[in-house]
Design a protein around this ligand. Sequence first.
Ligand code: UDX
Length: 431
Amino acid sequence: MRISVIGCGYLGAVHAASMAKLGHDVVGIDVDPARVETLARGIAPFFEPGLSELLVEARDRLRFSVDMGAVRDADLHFIAVGTPQQPDSNAADLRYVEAAIDGLLPHLSAGDLVVGKSTVPVGTAARLAERVATTGARLAWNPEFLREGFAINDTLSPDRLVYGIAPGDVAAVTVLDEVYAGAIKAGTPRIVTDYATAELVKVAANAFLATKISFINAMAEIAEATGADVTQLADAIGHDPRIGRRFLNAGLGFGGGCLPKDIRGFMARAEELGVDQALSFLSEVDAINLRRRSRMVDLTRESVGGSLEGKNIAVFGLAFKPDSDDVRDSPALDVAMHLLDEGAHVVATDPKAIETARSKCPGLDYAPDAATAARDADAIVVVTEWAQYKTLDPHGLAPLVAARVIIDGRNCLDPAVWRAAGWHYRALGRP
Ligand code: UDX
């Protein structure tokens, strides 16, 4: 099939490369010439395992352009632009979606299918469908559930496909089945529904995941007040298959380009619809999440004697989660900045996210690796659970950190091992 993908950010770049891998002819469109040039050279513009390899492997069927006119050869057009939070409210900023549709309309032909993948407030697809219909083309909404770090696998082996279509548009279902034929395994659930349900599936899923994380982090607050261990609590309740252990890792909470802005955008949309009460619990989910960051700063302050002024703090981790260089709404970077605000001398490190963090927070000091960051530190704080931090050797680090203080913001270290090596180990939600 001949496909265009409008927007080559995280979602679009992965989607374009994955569609080419499935054998389609793909053109990716982006307004940023530097990004287009990087992608065209077979280089991923951000860290995502396997993406650069895929760009090279699929290069014969994949091109990138800043020229919207290049979509003319295609008859299936994916909208994969970002919908960030507006700077002065909780609502999603739809300007890139609108711009994508504005740019696409003059190039659409009767019979084309436009497929929205971006996360949008419920009601957006119905509105856009009317505009698309003026050209004789049609619209479907097909939300994406990919996780950073697993984005290619999640796209090529989805755990479900959701098609939101106009009433009776069976032709759209046929087209989408054809485009994903190489990704659909026997038994892959495929939900064909209306636009509103398809839009809601995405935000409801993210709201549920955020709630699950904040639930266990609320339990961490109780554990801290009672001397209980939230990690054992999570293991124990997670054995109940109705609950499940995944997404019950207590710690610094959620960040990134999706969960925080999606729950806020969902609340803003519910308010517009006059059903804000239905989602008022999400403001608690958000508040619990943000409280973990302050608690981490409090714990660090306590652990170095009551004031951070002039203390050397080594921060291990900057990305919002491991296997990513993304620092959007990163709890790790937020903690680092708060420590700095309180007068600490912060040296931060991360296996992949130093450059993205530096562009956002030039005021921090950055070190290339954990040992360099730890030199002469009064305390180490672990804020992203990268595999290399989980296996750090407490004996190896001990000569660098005279006070032997470590604060585990992700419950990713073994307290027994660190304590046996003479460290003062503190963690969120653990005695
Ligand atoms: C998320 C959704 O999982 C994905 O389906 C959607 O398409 C986009 O948003 P992503 O942002 O890549 O994906 O990250 P995810 O792995 O979901 O983690 C989100 C945040 O939650 C991270 O900051 C992570 O550290 C945190 N988290 C996750 C926890 O704090 N505890 C957990 O148990 C799990």
